[in-house]
Design a protein around this ligand. Structure first.
Ligand code: CAA
Ligand code: FAD
Length: 379
């Protein structure tokens, strides 16, 4: 067992930390306040190689391992969890899914743009009546010979209004249930495809989330990923890895809240001493630090499993389940450590608290992670 990071991994971590501190910190409160999409920042993230970290250099990616991806996700999420969800969807759902299961033509067409940050991708599984119960797809992709006719609505889609390419899950053969589901690549601008208004959210307000509506959209057959009926398996396989990214996002939110609390506790005076000298505050910091270290180990374990080509469905779900709880608990305590100052925007911790909540909901709620973990344990 080796707990040492390699020189390359340390360099990626340092580059992500520097970028987050120098380029994301300054405008993060304003982007959150006005739900402003971080277009410029995402462009820079593409230039620095953060949008297609694990993609092979052949398609413009960084050819990095999942451990490096986790380290970068943590650093970026410490400062701006909106940027990190955009990065996570692009890297671990869209790019990974395309590179792993796409045809050579699909990879050549989409990956260079997605990895450079020139275009952004979205992943559309959830529907108004199919969230946790993801097999209940009502969006249909009717087989018309040389194309599919796509009809239906997707809900809550990250990068919904800003993406250029969407991986859309839809039912082709209802009788075959989840084995009759396909995944299609839909380009922005295809006739009959429109996006809804941006949702007004509690957290990750810089990222855009909206519904997608498809009315008789003609999607060429060559836009299907994998064999006929592979769509649901595709979604599950992609999400097994995606959950490692969201676990790392949660870890970053927790670390960000902890680092701010540690600093504040040593500066703020009460009863003639820094509040860090009061045991109640010391114990909060001790709990935060311990939980964060445990969450980080679970994230790195899951990333290591994926890099070592071992099964990572269980370890990824465990990392997400645990790290998202640590994010929520740590951010709530961070507001407490800051007292009244924690309740206003300038001190950042109230935003981290609002951002933390989503990590317990998307890419499978905490209850769904427990289903995934218990099935893996019992099988
Ligand atoms: N890898 C490969 N295949 C898998 C799999 C995995 N991890 N998990 C399930 N499958 C396969 C099963 O083998 C089965 O296929 P066969 O019958 O051919 O063997 C098929 O999928 C159906 O599996 P289940 O019977 O287990 O299906 P279920 O209805 O009981 O549901 C579930 C399983 C885990 C609850 C699943 O529905 C699920 O993950 N729900 C949560 C959905 C989710 O995470 N949505 C996230 C949307 S994306 C997002 O949120 C992005 C973002 O915010 C940033
Ligand atoms: P439901 O499935 O209705 O769940 C409601 C409650 O019931 C939850 O607490 C859930 O845990 C619980 N529950 C449901 N079933 C069970 C069960 N069997 N056992 C125990 N408890 C259960 N989706 C995408 O496809 N792509 C995206 O890019 C995307 N981005 C998102 C961004 C945001 C900001 C949000 C809010 C959501 C996003 N989603 C996306 C959707 C997200 O994945 C779903 O919201 C999530 O999977 C839960 O589905 P639901 O909202 O329908 O809740």
């Amino acid at each position: 067992m080796d707990f040492q990071l390699t020189e390359e991994q340390l360099a990626v971590q340092a580059a992500a930390r520097e970028f987050a501190q120098n380029e994301l910190w300054a405008g993060v409160i304003e982007r959150d306040e006005h739900q402003k999409f971080p277009a410029e920042q995402i462009k820079k993230m593409g230039e620095l190689g953060f949008m297609g970290m694990m993609v092979s250099p052949e398609y413009g990616g960084g050819g990095m391992d999942t451990v490096s991806y986790v380290l970068a996700m943590e650093e970026i999420s410490k400062v701006d969890a909106s940027c990190s969800v955009i990065m996570s969807v692009n890297n671990s759902l869209v790019c990974w899914g395309l590179e792993k299961y796409g045809t050579e033509a699909q990879k050549q067409k989409y990956l260079p743009g997605l990895t450079s940050g020139e275009i952004i991708g979205a992943f559309a599984l959830s529907e108004p009546e199919a969230g946790s119960d993801a097999t209940m797809q009502r969006t249909t992709a009717e087989d018309k010979g040389d194309h599919y006719l796509l009809n239906g609505t997707k809900n809550w889609i990250t990068n919904g209004t800003t993406a250029s390419v969407y991986l859309v899950i839809a039912q082709t053969n209802a009788e075959a249930k989840h084995r009759g589901i396909n995944v299609l690549i839909v380009d922005k601008g295809m006739e009959g495809f429109v996006t809804g208004p941006k949702e007004n959210k509690l957290g990750i307000r810089g990222s855009d989330t909206c519904s997608l509506m498809f009315t008789d959209v003609k999607v060429p057959k060559e836009n299907r990923i994998g064999d006929d009926g592979f769509g649901f398996k595709f979604a599950m396989k992609v999400l097994s890895g995606g959950r490692i990214g969201i676990a790392a996002q949660a870890l970053g939110i927790a670390s960000g809240a902890y680092e701010l609390s540690l600093k504040y506790a040593q500066e703020r005076q009460a009863f003639g001493v820094p509040i860090s000298q009061h045991q109640a505050i010391q114990f909060k910091l001790a709990d935060m630090a311990t939980n964060i270290d445990a969450a980080r180990l679970l994230c790195l374990q899951a990333a290591h499993d994926k890099d070592a080509h071992q099964d990572y469905t269980k370890s990824g779900a465990m990392a997400k389940l645990f790290a998202s709880k640590v994010a929520m608990d740590t951010a709530v305590e961070a507001v407490q450590v800051h007292g009244g100052y924690g309740f206003v925007k300038e001190y950042h911790v109230e935003r981290l608290m609002r951002d933390a909540k989503i990590t317990q909901i998307y890419e499978g709620t905490s209850e769904i992670q427990k289903i995934v973990i218990s099935r893996e344990i019992l099988k």
